[in-house]
Design a protein around this ligand. Sequence first.
Ligand code: T4K
Length: 370
Amino acid sequence: MKDDPVYVTRPFLPPLEEFVPLLRQVWDSKVLTNGGPFHRQFEAALAAHLGVGQLALFANGTFSLVTALQALRIGGEVITTPYSFVATAHSLLWNGIRPVFVDVEPDTLNLDPARIEAAITPETTAILAVHCYGNPCRVRAIQEVADNYNLKVIYDAAHAFGVEDDGGSILRHGDLSILSFHATKVFTTCEGGAIVCPDEKIKQHIDHLKNFGFLNETTVVAVGINGKMNEMQAALGLLQLKYVDEALASRREIDARYRELLAGVPGIRCLERPPLRRSNYAYFPIMVEAGYPQDRDGLYRRLRDAGIFARRYFHPLISEMPMYRGLVSAGESNLPRATEAARRILCLPIYPGLAEEQVRRIARLVADGR
Ligand code: T4K
């Protein structure tokens, strides 16, 4: 076991024998997609589980993002973070929207609300923020700026499944939030995603948008896309709900063990998690800082040579990628904190079933330094 590679994550999967009867139902009914019975059941069960009014399931998180921007008719410029997975900004370019990058806060690595106002122009229509690593943005401060300038707020909550603040699910904030159920996420349907909707009316519009704009057999009411989740994904999702609390509890233990084992290691800082009613322990990010015997890439290689595949989420910054780096807002001088974080960040393996012995081994390798 010691020599098996350890990846940054592994998907939690339910017992196969529990999934097979669901697949048999799909085979028997021959309903594979287009809002079948599993889709309807999973959509309702998931909304109830998350404590949100309604949501629309999607084939993946990226389609959810692209469609959320369409649903709110966002155009012009949108203020966003450079410190995320590239899909966040790509969803803007796919909609012909210009991203305007604003720096992050040093503690959460989320969009800094204090810097948004200075980036607003007459072209600005919305703020697209990310609850990075599942740690919530400063939602109240973001909403305040948005209200002052009449901007929409969309949260890329791809990392934030199940996260709750004092008022309940963090998915209730902003105009729309999107989720991802990719294989690397805390809750997976292989590929999958959702838009959390504040009311039935917008959900209906989004349901049209994800199905080519069809209202019924012959009427098309919008320029829609094919963003639908299929029946096998939905059946898996339904089954996953049974196990997700157990999976989060296992992540919580690993998170606590890393924090205990890495406390006091010079130059290693575990990213703080804000006090929340419920966290999801989606990632275990550490910062490799001054006082550590080597730089982040040195530690990354040391772990890799030992078969531990930690990941540098999110290096390089989106703003450094070829299709973004020409933007004025992409300059390093505009994004000093994000730039620094991208140089220092390393996400250690965390997933249900990662053996305690492996966690100890990884922590030992990190603590040893060289
Ligand atoms: N917004 C944000 C903030 C996001 O983080 C993401 C996705 C999105 C939007 C878009 O949502 P989706 O359209 O993807 O639903 C991964 C994921 O592909 C991506 O979904 C995710 N963010 C991003 C943070 O990470 P990679 O390139 O790191 O994945 P990969 O294939 O290298 O996988 C990492 C490790 O996970 C592997 O070493 C082993 C393990 N793994 C992976 C897969 C795919 C498995 O064990 N099984 C698997 O099937 O991007």
